[in-house]
Design a protein. Structure first.
Length: 280
């Protein structure tokens, strides 16, 4: 052992070791489990799962109205059918003998910037527009932002849907937010900004571009004070339920090594025609 290594061991205390993974989230000792300071035996009978999610992420228990609003967003994003890549991948993985843990991790692993990240991107946009609107007003701030999206030829995250003309999850979520604005539970600024984006996107179009699930849940999470990055984490938490359900269903089907196309169909080949290797 080198002298440098010996010196490191000599000068490192037990406290240095226990502080290495210090945490304010959970306190675990033999016979003791405290989550954010609350004994788990008190949380079990007195706090629901949604309230516990809030507690773990925010450090305090939410009010009943806050928990109810968060729960609606979590319920809304649970599943979108086996045509969703994350669900399809989980189902295929489930037929390959990887177990539920492997199938779920396969599905969750697909929830990146393109498939699963729009809620985070939308919330970041709403936060940015809220800051800008303090100076310019909501209408002007939104107009400038949309002009920049058009210039870059980018779609606005959280608006429009490739499958639904009007996402059926939009209205109940925004209605729930509006109710909590009226009750004084949330402020309503992010909701107003999102509705202004929706209004301006629809201007001059024969078909509107309403908020989708990513936009509606972004409004909920923003109004509840969650940072943008947690919007994706909460979406993944919610969608994991659907991934689990689909993976379990596929596991029970008995099918093995199920590919993306049913046999005997094969992907269209667009390469070179059959040819021969020149003999040397």
């Amino acid at each position: 052992m080198t002298s440098a290594r010996e010196e490191a061991i000599r000068t490192t205390s037990v406290r240095d070791v226990t502080d290495w993974w210090s945490t304010a989230v959970s306190d675990i000792e033999p016979g003791i489990i405290r989550l954010r300071g609350y004994p788990v035996e008190e949380l079990i009978p007195n706090a629901g799962f949604t309230e516990t999610i809030w507690l773990m992420l925010r450090g305090e228990l939410p009010g009943k109205a806050q928990a109810a609003l968060l729960e609606k967003a979590l319920v809304a994003a649970v599943d979108h059918g086996p045509q969703a890549p994350s669900i399809a991948a989980a189902r295929m993985a489930a037929t390959c003998g990887v177990g539920l843990h492997g199938a779920m991790s396969t599905g969750v692993g697909l929830l990146g910037d393109v498939h699963g990240g729009a809620g985070q991107q939308c919330l970041a946009l709403l936060d940015q527009l809220r800051e800008v609107s303090e100076k310019d007003g909501v209408e002007t701030a939104v107009s400038k932002a949309l002009a920049e999206f058009r210039e870059r030829r980018q779609h606005v995250p959280g608006f429009g849907h490739r499958f639904h003309p009007r996402d059926p999850r939009r209205d109940p979520l925004l209605r729930a937010v509006a109710e909590q604005v009226a009750a004084g539970v949330v402020e309503g600024r992010h909701l107003s900004i999102a509705q202004e984006i929706e209004r301006q996107l629809a201007a001059g179009r024969s078909r509107p571009v309403p908020m989708n699930i990513d936009g509606a849940t972004a409004v909920v999470y923003a109004e509840l004070g969650f940072p943008a990055e947690l919007a994706r984490g909460l979406f993944i938490l919610s969608r994991s339920v659907g991934i689990l359900a689909h993976a379990w269903e596929e596991t029970r089907s008995g099918r093995r090594i199920k590919g993306p196309l049913p046999p005997p169909l094969l992907p269209t080949y667009v390469g070179a025609a059959e040819r021969r290797v020149a003999r040397s």
